[in-house]
Design a protein around this ligand. Structure first.
Ligand code: 5GP
Ligand code: MN
Length: 340
C-alpha cells in the first residue's frame, strides 16, 4: 500500500461504512488477534464493524477482548451473508487467497465491497483494492500495528487492541523465537505492553489452560512420532480413533508438530491428522532454515503458508498420505541435508 492509497483509505475510514472483518478458516491466535484488534481500532474511529469468522476457533482464544461479538459463518449463515452483502468495506486478515475463507468464499466473491488485505503469507492473490502484504512480517498482528501507525493513530491503541495484537504476535512467533521475530517486533511488543497488554497473563491464558485429556493426546502423538534420520525429518500421525479416545476438541493438536522439530538434527517436521467429518487428512508442516514447506505443500499437498510453517490437506487415507509423504521425501535430500 503506497502513501496515496493510505491517504485514500484514511478518507474512506473517515466516512460512514458498513465494515466486515474476516480471518482465515480455522482461525489461529494471529487471525483472531488481528481481526479483533482491528475491530477495536475501527470502533475507536466510530465504526460498528462486524467480525465474521468462517468456522469455530479454539477455546484458548475465547477470552480475547471482543470475543463475544464474533459471528461464526458456519453457525449463522443467513445473518453473516446479509452483513457481507451489505458491506461497503471488507478487511481480509491473515490470508492470501479468498478460498482460505472456506465456506465464505462464494459470499466474498459475490460482494462488491472494497476489499483490503492485510497479510504476511507468501504468493498473495490479487483480489483486494488495497493490499498490505509483507511476507517478512512476523504476524498479521504486527502489520495491524503498522497499519494503525501509518494512519497516524497510535494514540488510539488501547489495552484491548494491545492485548489482541500481543496475543497474535506471541502465537505466530512461537513466543518470539521464530526467525521472523525482529528487533522491530520486540519494539512493537514493548509498546503493546506499555499500552496495557498483560504479557504474563496472556501467556497463561493461551498456554496454561490444558485439559488432562489434551496432555494424554499429546502423549499418544509423541508415541506415534517417527524419525527418518537420513532425511533429517520427523512426522506424527493421529487417527480419528485416537482423537476420539482422548476427547479431541478444536485446537488440541496446536503446537504438537513443533515437538518433532525440536529433535536434535531435525529440520523438517510434519503432522498428519485424520478428520473423518471433512473426509480429509489435515497436514501441518514446519521447517528450520531454508527448506520451504510453503513450496513443498503447494507442490504435493494442496496448501501453502510460509517458508518455515505451512498447512495442507490430502483426500487419501492416513496410511496412503503418509506413504506418499515418505516416497516424495528423497527428492528433497539435498535441500534437507545440512550445508557444508
Ligand atoms: P497450520 O499448520 O498451523 O495449519 O498452518 C501453518 C501456516 O500455514 C499458517 O500461517 C496458516 O495460515 C498457513 N496455512 C495453512 N494451510 C494453508 C493453506 O492451505 N494455504 C495457505 N496459503 N496457507 C496455509
Ligand atoms: Mn499469521
Amino acid at each position: 500500500m503506497n502513501k496515496t492509497q493510505l491517504k485514500e483509505l484514511k478518507t474512506v475510514l473517515s466516512q460512514a461504512q458498513n465494515i466486515v472483518i474476516v480471518p482465515h478458516k480455522n482461525p489461529d491466535g494471529d487471525a483472531m488477534g488481528s481481526t479483533l484488534a482491528l475491530n477495536h481500532y475501527l470502533s475507536e474511529l466510530g465504526h460498528d464493524a462486524n467480525v465474521i469468522v468462517p468456522n469455530d476457533y479454539p477455546n484458548f482464544l475465547k477470552w480475547l477482548p471482543g470475543d463475544d461479538s464474533v459471528l461464526i459463518f458456519e453457525n449463522d449463515q443467513d445473518k453473516a451473508e446479509g452483513l457481507i452483502h451489505e458491506a461497503s468495506l471488507i478487511f481480509t486478515l491473515d490470508f492470501n487467497a479468498l478460498h482460505r475463507a472456506g465456506e465464505m468464499l462464494n459470499s466474498l466473491e459475490a460482494s462488491t465491497a472494497t476489499k483490503i488485505m492485510i497479510d504476511h503469507h507468501q504468493q498473495p492473490d490479487d483480489y483486494a483494492k488495497y493490499m498490505y502484504s509483507d511476507v517478512s512480517m512476523s504476524s498479521t498482528c504486527e502489520m495491524v500495528y503498522n497499519f494503525i501507525e501509518q494512519l497516524g493513530d497510535l494514540e488510539k491503541v488501547n489495552s484491548d487492541i494491545a492485548t489482541c495484537l500481543y496475543t497474535g504476535i506471541m502465537t505466530d512467533t512461537g513466543s518470539f523465537r521464530f526467525p521472523s521475530t525482529t528487533s522491530r517486533t520486540h519494539d512493537v511488543v514493548s509498546q503493546l505492553i506499555a499500552k496495557g497488554a498483560n504479557n504474563s497473563e496472556i501467556h497463561n491464558k493461551v498456554f496454561d489452560t490444558n485439559r488432562y485429556s489434551r496432555l494424554q493426546l499429546l502423549g499418544r502423538a509423541m508415541q506415534n512420532l517417527k524419525v527418518i534420520p537420513e532425511l533429517f525429518t520427523s512426522y506424527i500421525t493421529l487417527s480419528q480413533d485416537e482423537l476420539d479416545e482422548f476427547n479431541f476438541k478444536k485446537g488440541d493438536t496446536e503446537g504438537f508438530v513443533n515437538y518433532g522439530l525440536s529433535l536434535k538434527g531435525i529440520v523438517f517436521a510434519a503432522i498428519f491428522i485424520e478428520n473423518k467429518q471433512d473426509d480429509i487428512i489435515k497436514i501441518s508442516l514446519r521447517s528450520k532454515g531454508e527448506f520451504s514447506v510453503n513450496e513443498f505443500s503447494r507442490a504435493h499437498f494442496n496448501g501453502g503458508g510460509h517458508t518455515n510453517a505451512a498447512g495442507g490437506r490430502s483426500h487419501e487415507s492416513l496410511e496412503a498420505t503418509v506413504d506418499k509423504f515418505i516416497s516424495i521425501l528423497p527428492q528433497y535430500k539435498e535441500q534437507l541435508s545440512p550445508k557444508q
